[in-house]
Design a protein. Structure first.
Length: 296
């Protein structure tokens, strides 16, 4: 018999994280049955959640639009049933990189995602290491948790390093990398990344001369998608005679053949969380999310 009125909802894909949270919170777990038709449309079925406080666990990694649509369907069902509260936990929230108009004529996609969540009656959104937490500026409460301390403590416990240095692949990630470096008590260096806003091509360079010879590098980033940022960063580090290259990220999307390309470029190991199922998911986000609720 559960002590509270909270119900944790997820589809099968997100069930391992959702089940852990439901155990920690002593809350009932509810499966949202999802089916994808051959034409790509989704259908959901969820038992009635009238008057319940709903926590929906749903990461929106690729196929991004399909997973977002499924999230919208689950919220819509909860609201239609007359749920009390609808809190969305989306460890990886898509579209946070389009947080401004970079080229005239574009839209701020993350604002659109927020508008839809808002119109469906979402009361709170929890993300983890969102690319742009400040852009989650909606009429409902948003909370961006960070997995950086958990990733740092994994590295501290499990990896032996030679005179390590923490690297941010771009200036936007400096705070994240600095936090990581502070926890494991090593120096940090930021690379400079520039992107051609029309082609998407990136180039990465060293901002300052530092002795990198034979030092092991810990590249810290929020996400790996195509792997191109990490590959370019690794190339420049290797040119400067770096030692082993370890990559630490919260969200390992690893689209297409990113994994193979990373190792081919000389990356020794990738360490990520389980916000997205992948071969390198060494850090479980369950306790981080549960502790947030237990502290409320
Ligand atoms: C961008 O600034 C992000 O922090 C990541 O560095 C980037 O999105 C990773 O994408 P990709 O792996 O495609 O280079």
């Amino acid at each position: 018999m559960q002590k509270n009125n909270t119900v944790i909802i997820s589809d099968k894909r997100n069930s391992s994280l959702a089940n852990k949270i439901s155990l920690d919170l002593d809350a009932q777990y509810r499966n949202a049955e999802l089916r994808v038709f051959p034409d790509g449309e989704s259908k959901i079925r969820l038992d009635n959640v009238a008057k319940r406080n709903c926590i929906i666990v749903h990461s929106t990694y690729p196929p991004t639009d399909q997973h977002l649509m499924q999230l919208f369907m689950i919220i819509y069902k909860c609201r239609g049933d007359g749920a009390n509260d609808i809190c969305v936990v989306s460890p990886y929230l898509a579209y946070t990189r389009q947080d401004k108009v970079f080229v005239d004529g574009e839209i701020v996609s993350i604002n659109l995602v927020g508008r839809i969540l808002e119109s469906l009656g979402t009361t709170k959104l929890i993300t983890i290491d969102s690319h742009s937490p400040n852009s989650l500026n909606y009429s409902f409460k948003t909370v961006d948790l960070t997995a950086i301390p958990s990733l740092a403590s994994y590295v501290k416990k499990n990896i032996t390093l030679n005179n390590p240095i923490v690297i941010s692949p771009d200036e936007g990630g400096i705070e994240r990398a600095r936090k990581f470096a502070g926890i494991i008590d090593v120096n940090m260096l930021s690379l400079v990344k520039t992107r051609d806003r029309f082609t998407g091509d990136i180039s990465i360079s060293l901002s300052e001369q530092k002795t990198l010879k034979k030092r092991d590098a810990l590249i810290v980033d929020d996400m790996i998608s195509t792997g191109n940022s990490i590959i370019k960063a690794t190339e420049i580090l290797k040119k400067n005679n770096i030692g082993d290259v370890f990559v630490i990220c919260t969200h390992a999307l690893l689209v297409d053949d990113a994994k193979e390309k990373l190792f081919k470029a000389g990356v020794k190991e990738v360490i990520s969380t389980n916000s997205i199922p992948n071969d390198f998911a060494k850090v479980d986000l369950g306790s981080l999310i549960s502790n947030y609720f237990l502290d409320q």
